[in-house]
Design a protein around this ligand. Structure first.
Ligand SMILES: C[S@@+](CC[C@H](N)C(=O)[O-])C[C@H]1O[C@@H](n2cnc3c(N)ncnc32)[C@H](O)[C@@H]1O
Length: 198
């Protein structure tokens, strides 16, 4: 088991943190906010009825929508409260409490791994490389990972590119938003598409 991730540290400091997160997205949904930008891109990248891993799925916002669109989704997160909410809201999807730094889903290979909502910046410091190596190990032939996170959160874009490279992943495309605006090093967000390095 790796050291405490930054999400778990927030929960330790504020035991209501996960409930707050769930309620925040429920309120946005009730207000009619668009919560599916990540799922729309992931859906466009995947074959029909694809095997998709929602890595750091939280309460299942992205994976639940992908399942609704006909994909075979597995969601993994270390926060059992968020996984309980995912199970409640999307009972037909496979959700697991598991640590991405020790990702081991025997026999499971994914056409697409989606890692949305700043998960990379909530990992325990120094563990991103292990998480990315786990993504690589769970990609089906020709499969890809799409990873999005913001700047200024303690894990930089250059560090991510280096970690991906070291994990045997090639950065195939970089965007600044989930609707594919162009990325530059001064962008405040990154959406990276990764595939196995040949
Ligand atoms: C801001 S939430 C994003 C949740 C979801 N992807 C979304 O977009 O709503 C960040 C998530 O990363 C998860 N996380 C952080 N480190 C993790 C790890 N090592 N293994 C699994 N999940 C982790 C947290 O538990 C938390 O649910």
């Amino acid at each position: 088991m790796s050291s405490e991730n930054l999400w778990a540290a927030r929960r330790r400091e504020n035991p209501g943190h996960s409930a707050w997160y769930i309620a925040r997205f429920e309120a946005m949904r009730a207000e009619g906010a668009d919560l599916h930008g990540e799922a729309r891109l992931a859906d466009a990248m995947a074959p029909r009825a694809a095997r998709i891993l929602d890595a750091g799925c939280g309460p299942g916002r992205v994976g639940g929508e992908l399942a609704r669109r006909g994909h075979r989704v597995i969601g993994v997160d270390l926060d059992e409260e968020l996984i309980a909410a995912a199970k409640r809201d999307h009972p037909d999807v496979e959700w697991h409490v598991a640590d991405l730094t020790e990702l081991d889903l025997p026999g499971k290979e994914f056409n697409l791994i989606v890692c949305a909502g700043n998960v990379m910046t909530f990992l325990a410091p120094g563990t991103a490389g292990r998480v990315l190596a786990g993504f690589r190990a769970h990609l089906a032939p020709g499969g890809r990972a799409v990873v999005g996170f913001g700047a200024g959160r303690g894990y930089g874009f250059d560090e991510f590119f280096a970690d991906a490279e070291a994990a045997g992943l090639a950065i195939q495309s970089r965007f600044a938003t989930w609707d594919l605006r162009p990325w530059s090093p001064s962008s405040d967000f990154l959406v990276a598409v990764l595939g196995r390095r040949q």
